[in-house]
Write a protein of this length. Structure first.
Length: 231
């Protein structure tokens, strides 16, 4: 009997694995050692090693092997993000769709704040990116809610915000994240609202219709004009 001992390459774009990618993108000039990826992140040393090895094979990073002074540095951020877009699938998220033509973002923010769970939500897609760009005029609200409280909070949010549940159509998208460990990484606060990171906005928008790719590109350009980048 012949046993195939070839190990399947690590999927670096899986949920937990991307915590390493996100950390490196957020600190592009940092010289990383393996222990930097454990402790503060919910990943093991073994996973960190596999992800870094896979990133090296793909040409995203360089590893300087100098004994006790060895380190890893991100060298091809643009290629990494381009490849990530090909893999990333926003449709894997679970959606609860509602309608309320009069609901504004301030009421949404107040709901979470009053319940002491203001860090359990984040705006995304056009709702989040418009805080930076005002690029797409829309009354739709796209809102991630933490997966651990999603089912528990749903009846309350429906009642308090006057949401009518629909099968299709609607203007309120409550999203239970598929990438539950990483989607809130690097959340930002703008005008008192929680918004996913610029990198997460870019990933969510890029293959989203309508006008997601246009908005993603415009967001990237606007950040670059201000001397910022996707992180």
């Amino acid at each position: 009997m012949v046993v195939n001992m070839i190990k399947k390459p690590k999927n670096i774009f899986a949920d937990k694995a991307t915590l390493i990618l996100r950390s490196m993108i957020k600190h592009p000039g940092k010289k990383w050692v393996m222990r930097d990826f454990v402790g503060g992140l919910p990943i093991s040393l073994g996973m960190a090693c596999e992800v870094v090895q896979a990133m090296e094979r793909a040409g995203y990073i360089e590893r300087q092997k100098r004994g006790a002074f060895s380190y890893t540095i991100l060298t091809n951020k643009e290629m990494l993000i381009r490849d990530w877009i090909k893999y990333y699938d926003f449709s894997l998220n679970a959606f609860a769709l509602f309608y309320n033509p009069d609901l504004g973002l301030n009421k949404v923010k107040s709901f979470f704040k009053q319940r002491g769970i203001e860090n359990e939500y984040a705006l995304t897609l056009h709702s989040g990116a418009n805080f930076e760009t005002s690029f797409v005029k829309t009354r739709n609200i796209y809102l991630y809610i933490g997966s651990t409280i999603f089912d528990k909070i749903l009846p309350d949010i429906k009642q308090q915000l006057g949401l009518k549940q629909l099968v299709q159509g609607g203007n309120i998208y409550l999203i239970r994240p598929h990438y539950k460990n990483s989607v809130f990484f690097g959340n930002q606060k703008k005008r008192g609202f929680n918004i996913v990171s610029n990198l997460q906005l870019y990933l969510d928008l890029y293959n989203f219709k309508p006008r997601g790719a246009e908005h993603a590109q415009f967001l990237k350009e606007q950040l670059e004009l201000r001397g910022l980048s996707l992180d």
